[in-house]
Design a protein around this ligand. Structure first.
Ligand code: 13P
Length: 341
């Protein structure tokens, strides 16, 4: 393992004004997204949609890397250029989702453990050859009714760290993604407590399994009040609670924290990141690795119609630009109205 190369890649992924596009929806998840716009989830449609995103001119100004799904990393653009090569040519780092999903955790009602460690060393080798330079593994946790349990927290932390160690051995930057789901009616304090417990276990396991934090990125949830709660915390409260939790639990050796959007509205995801960066500098770069919050307007504008290709790309570029501004705390809601440049 060459830690300096891993560290350089991690820092490139959180370069000033830039963040990551998560376009690694599994076949099941992309079907849900396509269902919402009435488009059939065929291999051809998935390729067409990913091509729309990956050929958007100027995206590299705000997008440092893209997380791909197993099917996508093997697909090519119309002109035959493999997607990873297309991205790399634009200066965008290709990445890959390597877990095989969250499955029911045995003897733990309502909790999940993420699978995918068997054969991972060999798969990483193949993905590296296909052009991947970073890889993501996502674990999920729920809040409420005694959850998350210590059992769920430590089982997932162990798997996250095993994946991270294998990634580093293969010369691939691990994106460690523990996502405390923000559904429900929990308070900001309850979210902070659950997120803190999860982070504590994750960094203990990463340390015990010899993972070099300088060659990793953390992809966590923000600390939010539950989506179904009646009194939702505002942007400054969210930023304050999230920062307080992360200052307590995330070592400064981690080069960057790349938040997931996790079902926040596009505007909220941008405003929350902006509010955190406005109070910087912080020990780590605070950036984004958004799926829905970067893609939702693009998906809608495209609607599966070839004639809407440009409208879809403009919608994606607009969100990329606003989140790019949030990297330095220079986003303002008025920018939402401006026509995409
Ligand atoms: P969202 O931003 O839509 O939560 O997706 C990010 C991601 O990669 C979830 O694993």
């Amino acid at each position: 393992m060459d830690i300096e190369t891993l560290n350089a890649t991690a820092r490139e992924l959180v370069a000033e004004g830039k963040g990551i596009l998560a376009a690694d929806e599994s076949t099941g998840t992309i079907k849900k997204r396509f269902d919402s716009i009435g488009v059939e989830s065929t291999e051809a449609n998935r390729r067409a949609y990913r091509q729309l995103l990956f050929t958007a001119q100027g995206a590299a100004e705000h997008i440092s890397g893209v997380i791909l799904f197993d099917e996508t990393i093997r697909q090519s653009a119309d002109d035959g250029t493999p997607f990873p090569e297309l991205l790399a040519r634009d200066g965008i780092i290709p990445g890959i989702k390597v877990d095989s999903g969250a499955k029911a955790l045995a003897l733990a009602e309502g909790e999940t453990v993420t699978e995918g460690l068997d054969g991972l060393r060999e798969r990483l080798e193949e993905y590296r050859e296909l052009g991947a330079r970073f890889a993501k593994w996502r674990a999920t946790y729920s809040i409420g009714g005694g959850k998350p349990s210590e059992y769920c927290i430590w089982t997932n932390a162990h798997a996250l760290a095993r994946c991270a160690a294998l990634c580093q051995e293969a010369g691939i930057v691990p994106i460690v993604e523990p996502e405390v789901l923000q559904d429900g009616t929990h308070t900001l304090e309850q979210s902070s407590k659950a997120t803190g417990r999860v982070l504590q276990a994750v960094f203990t396991e990463l340390h015990d399994q010899r993972v070099e934090l300088r060659g990793t990125l953390l992809k966590p949830n923000m600390v939010l009040s539950g989506y179904e709660g009646s009194e939702r915390a505002g942007a400054d409260e969210v930023a304050g609670a999230t920062l307080e939790c992360f200052y307590r639990h995330v070592p400064a050796a981690v080069p960057g924290i790349v938040f997931l959007s996790g079902g926040q509205t596009d505007e909220d995801a941008t405003a929350h990141l902006n509010a955190m960066n406005r109070t910087g500098p912080h020990p780590w770069e605070l950036s984004f690795s958004y799926g829905r919050a970067l893609q939702a307007p693009a998906l809608k504008a495209w609607g599966g119609k070839p004639e809407n290709l440009e409208a879809g790309q403009q919608a994606y570029l607009h969100r990329a630009k606003l989140n790019g501004a949030a990297r330095s705390g220079s986003y303002s809601p008025e920018m939402e109205e401006a026509v995409a440049a």
